[in-house]
Design a protein around this ligand. Structure first.
Ligand SMILES: Cc1cc2nc3c(=O)[nH]c(=O)nc-3n(C[C@H](O)[C@H](O)[C@H](O)COP(=O)(O)OP(=O)(O)OC[C@H]3O[C@@H](n4cnc5c(N)ncnc54)[C@H](O)[C@@H]3O)c2cc1C
Length: 417
C-alpha cells in the first residue's frame, strides 16, 4: 500500500498517526490509516488482542463476518481466514485473524507490543491552554510509553484511543464502589470468566462458587460451572444479581444471534428452573467480603426500598466477580476531552446512546464522525472505549466508526481540516 500521500496543515507535515491498542478496532484503524498514507504506529501494552486473550476460552456470539472487515480479510487471504459465519472462541479469533493481520505486509513494522501508553499531552500546551480551540493542533501529541526497556516518548499529529473497555473492572460492592474487603481479598483473576473446562477445572470442581453479576459474562460463568458440575452434587453455584427481576437476563426478542439467545435462555433456565445446581438469589447487594478458613464469607443486604432490608451471609470457596468493565481514562486526562458523567464515554456519543432505548447491542449502529469528535482536535476515541461503561458495544460498530473517521479524513484532506 502507498504511503506517499502526506497531508499538510499550513506548512507543517501532519501525518504521524498513533493508535493506542492492538485489538480488533485498533488494527482495523491501522489498516485504514496506512492505506491513506499516514505514518502509523500502534502501541499495545500487551500482546496482539491482549484483552480478548483474557477470555480466549469463551465463544463469541457474533460470527466472524461481523467481527472483521473486507479489507482485513483480504490482507490475510493467503492464510485461510475463517468463514464468515464461523463462531470462533476469543483465542481462535486472535490466532486466526488479529495476529495474521498485525503481521501482514500492510502493517509491517507498525505494531509495537509491550508498549503501554501511560500519559498523553500536547507538547507545549497544558490541559487548560487554548480551550476548545483548533489551534491546539499546532502542538503535536506527546505520548509517554512504558516498555520492557524503560520509558520512551512518541510524537503524533493524530491520536486514536482504541484501548477498549476491559482495562478496568467494576467493583462488586453496593453502588459500584468496592465493598469492605474487596480490594484486599480479590485479585484480578477473580474478575474474569474462569476456564473451568480447561486448566482451572480442578479449582472449581466439588467446590462452592459465588458468581456476582447480571451480564453475559456472569451468565457464561454460570453455564460453564454448570457444565463442570454435571451430576456432581458437591459442585455448588450461587448466583447473585442486584436487580429484582423474574429472570437474571433479559431475552432479546427474536434474537438474530443464536449463540446469544442460547446463552441467555440456558442461564435463565439454570437460575429459575428446578435444577438444584444453581441457586439464583436476585435483589442482593454486596456489603462486605471476609476471609474464612476455606474461602470467603460474603455479607449481603436487600435494597431497603424493597421493604425487607434483610441482611444475610453466604459462605463460599470461590468468588467469580463479573460486574462489568470500564475504560481506563487516566492516560488521556491532560487532553481536552468532554466525557459523560454517567458513562465516561465521549459526551456526544454518550448522549446519543443514552437517548436510545434498545438494550440490544445489535440495534446500535455507529452514528457518524460528528458524534465521535470532541474538543481536542485530531483525537478520537474509537471501539469499545467510545461506549464508556455502556456495555452494548459490538465489534461491528467499531469497524463502522473506523470507516467514518477515515472517510472524514479523506474528505477533508486531513484530520483537523
Ligand atoms: C466475554 C466477552 C465476550 C464478548 N463477546 C463479543 C462478541 O461476541 N461480539 C462482539 O462484537 N463483542 C464481544 N465482546 C466485546 C468485545 O470485547 C469488544 O467488542 C472488542 O474486543 C472491542 O475491541 P476494541 O479493539 O475496541 O478493544 P479491545 O479488544 O479491548 O482492545 C483494546 C486493546 O488496547 C490495549 N490497551 C489498553 N490500554 C492500553 C494502554 N494504556 N496502552 C497500550 N495498549 C493498551 C489492550 O491491551 C487491548 O489489546 C465480548 C466481550 C467480553 C468481555
Amino acid at each position: 500500500m502507498s504511503r506517499d500521500f502526506v497531508y499538510t496543515c499550513g506548512t507543517m507535515q501532519k501525518n504521524r498517526l498513533v493508535i493506542v491498542g492492538a485489538g480488533p478496532i485498533g488494527l482495523e484503524a491501522a489498516v485504514k490509516a496506512v492505506s491513506q498514507g499516514f505514518d502509523v504506529t500502534v502501541l499495545e501494552r500487551g500482546d496482539i488482542g491482549d484483552a480478548i486473550q483474557r477470555w480466549k476460552h469463551v465463544p463469541l456470539f457474533t460470527p466472524f463476518g461481523m467481527n472483521s472487515s473486507t479489507v482485513g480479510r483480504s490482507l490475510i487471504a493467503d492464510q485461510q481466514p475463517p468463514a464468515l459465519d464461523d463462531l470462533l472462541h476469543g483465542g481462535q479469533f486472535c490466532e486466526r485473524y488479529l495476529r495474521p493481520l498485525a503481521n501482514s505486509t500492510a502493517l509491517s513494522g507498525c505494531v509495537l507490543t509491550q508498549h503501554e501508553v501511560v500519559a498523553v499531552s500536547r507538547r507545549a500546551f497544558g490541559k487548560s491552554d487554548r480551550i476548545g480551540q483548533p489551534g491546539r493542533a499546532d502542538q503535536p501529541f506527546r505520548i509517554l510509553v512504558r516498555t520492557n526497556d524503560g520509558e520512551r516518548i512518541f510524537d503524533a499529529d493524530v491520536l486514536l484511543d482504541c484501548s477498549g473497555f476491559t482495562s478496568r473492572h467494576h467493583f462488586v460492592g453496593a453502588g459500584g464502589m468496592p465493598c469492605v474487603g474487596e480490594q484486599l481479598l480479590l485479585t484480578d483473576s477473580d474478575y474474569g470468566i474462569p476456564n473451568v473446562a480447561g486448566a482451572e477445572g480442578d479449582r472449581y470442581r466439588g467446590r462452592h462458587s459465588l458468581v456476582i453479576g447480571s451480564g453475559y459474562s456472569a451468565a457464561t460463568s454460570v453455564c460453564l460451572l454448570a457444565d463442570l458440575a454435571g451430576d456432581d452434587a458437591a459442585t455448588k453455584i450461587t448466583w447473585i444479581t442486584r436487580g429484582n427481576c423474574d429472570k437474571p437476563l433479559r431475552q432479546v426478542i427474536d434474537d438474530p444471534l443464536p449463540m446469544r439467545a442460547e446463552l441467555t435462555d440456558r442461564a435463565n433456565r439454570l437460575a429459575v428452573g428446578d435444577d438444584p445446581i444453581v441457586d439464583w438469589r436476585p435483589g442482593l447487594h454486596v456489603d462486605e467480603i471476609e476471609q474464612t478458613e476455606s474461602g470467603f464469607a460474603v455479607k449481603l443486604f436487600t435494597n431497603p426500598e424493597s421493604g425487607e432490608g434483610r441482611v444475610e451471609r453466604i459462605f463460599c470457596d470461590h468468588i467469580i466477580a463479573n460486574p462489568g468493565y470500564r475504560p481506563n481514562t487516566d492516560p488521556f486526562r491532560e487532553l481536552q476531552i468532554h466525557r459523560c458523567y454517567a458513562t465516561d464515554g465521549p459526551i456526544k456519543l454518550a448522549a446519543h446512546l443514552l437517548g436510545e432505548s434498545s438494550n440490544d447491542c445489535l440495534q446500535q449502529t455507529s452514528t457518524g464522525c460528528e458524534l465521535l469528535q470532541n474538543p481536542e482536535p485530531n483525537f478520537y476515541i474509537l471501539g469499545a472505549a467510545s461506549y464508556g461503561r455502556d456495555s452494548r458495544f459490538l465489534m461491528q460498530i467499531g469497524l463502522q466508526q473506523v470507516d467514518q473517521v477515515f472517510e472524514h479524513f479523506a474528505s477533508t484532506n486531513g484530520a483537523n481540516a
